[in-house]
Design a protein around this ligand. Structure first.
Ligand code: NAP
Ligand code: ZN
Ligand code: ZN
Length: 331
């Protein structure tokens, strides 16, 4: 399918895409799990590439720079949310990199499963030199989505942090929480991932399917980061929090699940949601990853393997992010 990218406006950067990660949100969108997909859809919001050309008034980037684009490609820039760096909650409506109606241009955006993209420089991120481009791509969504709540809930050395679901988001949550000094436990439905969990930086692994295993964790965690993409029991998970602990939900299963209020009240526990992160926090996350050598574990695939990758994602068979080599969209 041919995608038309707009002509360069003065502050636009034209990026030759090198790699694009496959996030489970791409899968949800393609399957219309959330009931809001506008077809045809071109997914992809974990983009890394090189600046191929730039508009006359671009000041921050030069031809050849290694750059990233995540979920956000435009917003009003003037509302309180934009000014606070929370562009994803722009009161005028954020424009996402794919399947989002671009009001200014009156067209639907097309994402990173493509060879190039044109983005205003305000929404373009700098990839630190130390990071490998393919392994940095997943940081653009999975990285910021897990970094942001860890920072918001002040993850610090010695904290007991549980990461639920060891997929794309989960494996970066483990690396990031460990880099902040937390004592990380992975709660997984896949026993086979235990060794990987430890290699990624977890100190403990709990097989959530084993009878009684979760009950034994009751009252342990300061913070639970739930990255699960499918339906599961949130109430049982909230029971694993210690008093004043928080369970933060980043996974977006197609349907919700009940949580018992009295369990939260008796223990001053919190349940929170977290949606990606703003542009400046994304740069902060990339710099943190550059400093600490944090990158995704990836399986690089060709364009022709995307459907097979989606099937493997359905089966939880991801180690731990599929990344598309964008050059293969040309061949
Ligand atoms: P992923 O790579 O497919 O990983 C999800 C993991 O969840 C699986 O590997 C599996 O881990 C576990 N899982 C799946 N179904 C389950 C079920 N029914 N019960 C229990 N565990 C289950 O997906 P991802 O790309 O990390 O994305 C995860 C979720 O976050 C998706 O819903 C996605 O849409 C959402 N998301 C949200 C944001 C945001 O801004 N909040 C951003 C990006 C993605 P185990 O094998 O270890 O159990
Ligand atoms: Zn995503
Ligand atoms: Zn705004």
């Amino acid at each position: 399918m041919a995608i038309e990218r707009r002509d360069l406006e003065p502050r636009d950067v034209n990026i030759e895409i090198l790699y694009c990660g496959i996030c489970h949100s791409d899968v949800h969108k393609v399957r219309n799990d959330w009931g809001n997909t506008h077809f045809p859809v071109v997914p992809g919001h974990e983009i890394v590439g090189r600046v191929a050309s730039r508009g006359a008034r671009v000041t921050g980037f030069h031809e050849g720079d290694l750059v990233g684009v995540g979920c956000i490609v435009n917003s009003c820039r003037a509302c309180p949310e934009c000014r606070a760096g929370h562009e994803m909650f722009c009161r005028e409506g954020v424009t996402f990199s794919f399947d989002s109606f671009d009001k200014k241009r009156e067209e639907w955006t097309a994402g990173g499963y493509s060879t190039s993209i044109v983005v205003d420089e305000r929404y373009v991120l700098r990839i630190p030199k130390r990071l490998d481009p393919a392994r940095a791509a997943p940081l653009m969504c999975a990285g910021i989505t897990t970094y942001s709540p860890l920072r918001r809930f002040a993850c610090k050395p010695g904290d007991e942090v549980a990461v639920v679901g060891l997929g794309g988001l989960g494996h970066l949550a483990v690396k990031l929480a460990a880099s902040m000094g937390a004592h990380v436990t992975v709660l997984s439905t896949s026993r086979a991932k235990e060794q990987d969990a430890r290699r990624l930086g977890a100190k403990r692994f709990v097989d959530a399917r084993e009878p009684g295993a979760l009950d034994a964790e009751a009252g342990r965690f300061d913070l639970i980061v739930d990255t699960v993409s499918g339906p599961h029991d949130l109430d049982r998970q909230a029971n694993l929090l210690r008093s004043f602990g928080t369970m933060v939900l980043v996974g977006l299963p197609p349907s919700g699940a009940p949580v018992d209020v009295s369990g939260l009240v008796h223990g001053n526990k919190g349940v929170a949601g977290s949606n990606i992160g703003g542009i400046s926090e994304t740069q902060e996350m990339l710099n943190h990853c550059g400093k600490n050598g944090i990158m995704a574990d990836v399986e690089i695939i060709r364009a022709g393997q995307i459907n097979a990758a989606y099937q493997r994602i359905d089966q939880g068979d991801v180690h731990y992010r599929f990344v598309i080599d964008a050059a293969t969209f040309r061949s």
